[in-house]
Design a binder for this molecule. Structure first.
Ligand code: BGC
Length: 421
């Protein structure tokens, strides 16, 4: 973990940099001698995530050689640690030069708080306006202004498995309903392995969300986040009951696990399945584990639960020209290829060459085009950060006490507090 700080420059230095870059007058190619560093704040610290970041950094080194990448990554899946560190830095007016933010409601939080700059002019200048799908652009736009550059599209509702463990339990085909999945989990249980590897709060929220998709369908699920579906309904109660049953097939120490700890149970042959986003493909590849398979979560067929990582120009960034060069790299065809071929995600740009990608992403590129899309709260496309925090806490509590009525009340209360009126 690194909480980097460049040497405090003081007002005079800042004024000099501003004057020098203003004279340079370009889109990131200028840069004064004093402000070469670009601190990039992410939670991509290890494995496939780091490999993806390294891909972007190598394109940045080629395209923006006048600047120096500084790695501000704070480890912890889904930004569980990074987001807290970032929030405190933003409060203290000490932003990194750029940070990772999920497209959708999470980004809107930063926009509404006035913490990120409008990038509409850069979209024009770099020809990005038509590079991304219209729906994605809508998710990063407020009042006609565009505030971030998307690096990718990830899929959240994917079930990963250890092929040998699953075959060893006599499971021969992918379950397509929750009932069939419960039967498969029983077979794994009888073999003495953990049927479903599980981690802490946000990973439990991911599992709960896909169960909601299975029980409610994609449209009613999406309605939970825009106020058209009632969290107090009997279908949500049924999903809670199914989710509770699923937890009985998971490792008892789940609340102490990050997603990579649960993934290790799969790699070590100690567990059969894990529900996780498709960063798992990249991470398993980066760790050299080959005997894995993937399928859509049972009951989610036809739905692509999406999220997207994007990068912003924070208000008060110390090296805005360097940030712009980073953002230009992120949005470029070369940057998206270098990043996404290693990250498990698919390019946000629509002009990518599918054959450049590994097998998993080739399938995901086709699915993204053809399937119904649903957002993710655990990864910020569906809900604000406040709402996400409330649900993560509710999940952690439910994992301990299994009180279904209390969970549903907490879900109803969170929607009452955080859903847009
Ligand atoms: C991010 C992914 C990341 C995953 C696990 C998600 O919120 O969007 O880029 O790989 O968390 O850390």
């Amino acid at each position: 973990m690194r909480l980097s700080r460049r040497v405090a420059g003081g007002g005079l230095l800042l004024a000099m940099i501003v004057a020098m870059t203003a004279c340079g007058g370009d889109d990131g190619g200028g840069g004064g001698t004093a402000s070469k560093e670009v601190e990039v704040f992410t939670w991509w610290a290890d494995g496939g995530e780091k490999a993806g970041l390294d891909g972007l950094v190598s394109t940045f080194a080629t395209d923006c050689g006048q600047f120096t990448f500084v790695n501000g990554a704070v480890a912890g899946g889904a930004g569980s640690n990074a987001k807290q560190v970032l929030a405190s830095r933003l409060t203290q007016a000490d932003p990194p030069d750029t940070f990772q933010a999920h497209a959708g409601a999470e980004l809107v939080d930063y926009i509404n708080a006035g913490q990120v700059e409008d990038l509409s002019a850069q979209y024009q200048e770099w020809g990005l306006t038509n590079a991304f799908p219209a729906g994605l652009i809508q998710n990063i736009t407020v009042d006609g202004k565009i505030y971030s550059v998307p690096a990718n599209i990830h899929r959240a509702n994917v079930l990963w498995s250890n092929k040998a463990v699953v075959a060893g339990a006599g499971i021969t085909k992918d379950a397509t309903s929750l009932d069939a999945f419960f039967a498969d989990l029983d077979k794994l249980k009888a073999k003495g392995v953990t049927p479903l590897a599980m981690g802490k709060d946000w990973t439990q929220l991911m599992l709960f969300e896909v169960v909601l998709i299975s029980d409610l369908g994609a449209d009613k699920f999406t309605g939970l986040w825009n106020g058209t579906t009632d969290w107090a309904g009997a279908d949500v109660a049924k999903a809670i009951a199914d989710f509770k049953k699923l937890l009985t097939y998971t490792n008892a120490d789940r609340d102490t696990f990050d997603w990579t700890d649960a993934e290790k149970l799969i790699m070590d042959g100690k567990a059969g399945y894990q529900l996780m986003g498709d960063w798992e493909a990249a991470d398993l590849d980066a760790k050299g584990f080959k005997d894995y398979a993937f399928s859509v979560f049972p009951g989610n067929t036809g739905t692509f639960q999406w999220l997207a990582d994007s990068f912003v120009l924070p208000k008060g960034a110390k090296n805005p020209d360097g940030t712009k060069c980073w953002l230009k790299t992120v949005g470029s065809a070369a940057g998206q290829k270098a990043f996404n071929t290693k990250k498990g995600s698919i390019p946000a740009r629509t002009d990518a060459n599918t054959s450049d990608y590994p097998a998993y992403q080739q399938a995901a590129i086709a699915d993204w085009k053809n399937l119904k899309q649903a957002p993710s709260c655990a990864h910020g496309s569906a809900c604000s950060q406040g709402w996400q925090g409330a649900l993560n806490s509710a999940m952690g509590k439910f994992s301990g006490d299994g009180d279904a009525a209390a969970l549903q009340s907490a879900l109803v209360a969170a929607a009452g507090q955080f859903a847009k009126k």
